[in-house]
Write a protein that binds this ligand. Structure first.
Ligand code: NAP
Ligand code: ZN
Length: 335
């Protein structure tokens, strides 16, 4: 069957229509007719080859929601018409100790949905069935699509690192990932602050559950919070003076990176040695964690705040993401 998509034919290029023949469906594969696909900043990094791993033509898109239209002979647990989602990962080796211990997201042979495989800026996509996730009934498709990558990427570290009442948590960068992180951290009971370079996001941050807002462009505001945070999750997509972020943390606190700044992270060792700061990172989440996150989202009313546009408007939609104008996740829609 022919799938119709939008692809970057080379690094930094505008997306253009692209069709490809999908071939036979593999025995463990599922075909999904896409209704919605979020624009994650990782799509922009991939198009620009920021991480030097991009393969062209590149069909971006890995925050996918749609309906099952085909299944390989060995697929179990799905029926045609099921509403499902696919995130960053669409395959793994299934045999290594990481896959066997439910950490498929860390598998060395992980298959990305939209690099070396054609992604979700399209009418159809395919994935290994193990990475296709049922969407709970309570969630709207457009609002749920960004949970498949952005949502799990922030939920997983907040959950693993035991965010709970009594902790002061900072979410640095209130974009697609950050606005969902504010909701998750505050629903986990933490006193959650939005750390942002965009003061016009303060009111919405409060509506999303933030107890406070720090304008990172105002040094005096930052100074009031020196040494006060138990945990900061950095979601920003750009380079930054990371030493100033560490200065906000308490002794024995944690700085966790999920945002993938293009340049190496430059931190003076002394700034984290002297306060015994844990500096760590987190990568998406396993299929089991995605299911847990979706249940938490359905139960606590966590959802992406979205702008939806037709799939054919993809180029303008991406420009709004690059200009940091979206409030807060752009979602492409197939009508
Ligand atoms: P996004 O929607 O574009 O949001 C990024 C936010 O970063 C912006 O809204 C802005 O927040 C802040 N920002 C942007 N430029 C900045 C600058 N020059 N200085 C300071 N802050 C700046 O991006 P996203 O989709 O949330 O993705 C964020 C990052 O996470 C990307 O690097 C993406 O690749 C990465 N990511 C990682 C994983 C993983 O598994 N670890 C998964 C998904 C995405 P304010 O306006 O509040 O300052
Ligand atoms: Zn993503």
């Amino acid at each position: 069957m022919q799938y119709n998509a939008y692809a970057a034919y080379e690094a930094k290029a505008n997306l253009k229509p692209f069709s490809y023949d999908s071939g036979e469906l593999g025995p463990n594969e599922i075909e999904v007719k896409i209704s919605h696909c979020g624009i994650c900043h990782s799509d922009i990094h991939l198009i620009n080859n920021d991480w030097m791993i991009s393969q062209y033509p590149l069909v971006p898109g890995h925050e996918i929601v749609g309906y099952v239209t085909g299944m390989g002979s060995e697929v179990k647990g799905f029926r045609e018409g099921d509403r499902v989602g696919i995130g960053w990962q669409c395959g793994s080796c299934g045999e290594c100790h990481l896959c066997e211990s439910g950490q498929e997201n860390l598998c060395g042979n992980s298959q990305a949905t939209c690099n070396g495989h054609h992604g979700g800026y399209a009418d159809y996509v395919r994935s290994d069935a193990g990475f296709v996730i049922h969407i709970p009934d309570g969630l709207d498709s457009a609002e749920a699509a960004p949970l498949l990558c952005g949502g799990i990427t922030v939920f997983s570290p907040l959950d693993r690192h035991g965010i709970k009442p009594g902790m002061k948590v900072g979410i640095f960068g209130i974009g697609g990932l950050g606005h969902m992180a504010v909701q998750f951290a505050s629903k986990m009971g933490a006193e959650t602050y939005a750390l942002s370079s965009s003061p016009d996001k303060a009111r919405e941050a409060s509506e999303l559950g933030a107890a406070g807002f720090i304008n990172m462009k105002d040094k005096n505001e930052m100074l009031k919070h020196l040494g006060s945070f138990d945990y900061i999750l950095s979601t920003i997509s750009a380079d930054y003076d990371w030493n100033s972020i560490i200065s906000l943390l308490k002794h024995n606190a944690t700085l966790c990176y999920v945002g993938a700044a293009p340049s190496p992270v430059a931190i003076h060792a002394f700034t984290f040695i002297s306060k015994q700061i844990n500096v760590t990172g987190s990568a998406i989440g396993s299929p089991e964690q995605i299911r847990k996150m979706l249940e938490f989202a359905a139960e606590h009313g966590v959802k992406a705040m979205v702008e939806t546009v037709p799939m054919s408007d993809v180029q303008n939609a991406m420009a709004r993401v690059v200009e940091n104008k979206v409030r807060y996740r752009m979602v492409l829609e197939n009508k």
